[in-house]
Design a protein around this ligand. Sequence first.
Ligand code: HEM
Ligand code: HEM
Length: 409
Amino acid sequence: MHAANTPLSYGWITKTFHWAIALMILTMFALGWIASTLAGWIEAPDIIVSDNTIWWTKILFSTHKTLGVAIFFLAILRILWAISQPKPKLLNGDNTAEATLAETVHWLLYGSLVLVPLSGWVYHAATTGYAPIWWPLGQNLPFVDKDPQLAEISAALHFILQWVLAGAVLLHIVGALKHHFVDGDATLRRMLPGYTEALPTDRQPGHALPILAALVIWAAALGAGAWAGWLTPAASAQGEALVEVQSDWTVQDGALTIAIVQGGAEVTGSFADWTASIAYSEVPDDAGKHGDVTVKIAIASLTLGSVTGQAMGPDYFAAEEWPTATFAADLVQSEDGLIADGTLRIRDQEMPVQMPVTLTIEGDIADAAGSLTVDRRDYAVGLGTQDESTLAFDVSIDWQLTATRAATE
Ligand code: HEM
Ligand code: HEM
């Protein structure tokens, strides 16, 4: 068998690319659909899934992403190869309607081989996900930040584009089978292993119409997605915003983040909405209470990579029932430095907490930071997941803020 194409036949390199990628694409659909269905169960607030399901979902997604990235590079090689080769012309090019449809589908297939994996990859790179790509490359992409809105848009694009690909593959297979069984021509046979030459018709469709038709189909699919609202990410998390608080110190800027370890991989997230009421005085200049702090945290403002929805569910933060977490503490100067000594309440569970705080005050500006590790089980978070390798018990909480002293009359 010859490696290169001739004007009358496909060589084995084209055929190997074709069938290897075809097999991989069909596998990708099975993996994507099954993994997404499982992820839907995990995300559904009213379904409690087993550790086993969570483990399988992660493995299926990692396989999906790893194979998908391989398809992306293979597709580029394949396209470069196709450009370098003579292309055997259609055997029914004189049937203008069918031939134009066939070529439109070929353009959709080639384009999808790049666009579908790319959109999935951007989605992966924009999220702090828990299912890694197993290649030693590509966890992050240049020009792609961790950004929930970009993540939402690229996930929607991946979803829309994979349906265009699915439709194209279906039409493509139906066409191949029609050639074989209805028309009885050599179209399918010349793509199969072995040497098959076939004489194309003299008349062939032009390129312009099929390319235009493929572009119109993509535009229509994206337009339908935009019309359905999938391409407009939610402006902010749901849940009621916390009321601003008045206090001696006013927080100007800050961040409150958490890190969990899911399936051995760290996933970090942050709360967009929290308030702090802070009283603190540098005097007395010795040990003892210097002030107090009350922090309220809007649970629904958490973004936690691809598991944000899951985190809100009844077995985790139960955000609907317990929308606010509260940390209330005295600020006590001890031998080891400043300590926030109080309680942290998440859901309906309150636990005593002692957290070292670093604080520097310059004039009327204070910079403070602290971190804390809690055991999620103390707060009844994720009690359905008792396996540490699925979701570690320890959760780290980090915060830092800059506050200004309220003017004293
Ligand atoms: C040709 C390659 C690919 C095909 C055919 C494909 C196909 C699919 C399909 C059918 C789904 C399920 C959509 C649904 O029903 O919700 C899906 C979801 C997904 N794919 Fe791909 N995919 C490909 C490449 C990739 C790559 C390279 C990545 C990442 C590196 C990726 C990441 C994902 C993710 C994260 C989801 C879940 C989306 C969500 O939860 O909204 N995919 N893919
Ligand atoms: C599932 C993913 C598949 C993809 C992405 C795909 C993609 C493609 C592409 C891009 C071409 C054009 C090759 C060229 O430049 O001439 C092609 C040709 C072809 N494909 Fe597929 N294919 C897939 C599956 C299949 C399947 C399952 C069949 C058989 C039932 C099939 C049968 C054919 C045949 C017969 C041709 C040659 C058409 C001709 O000679 O005019 N393909 N395929």
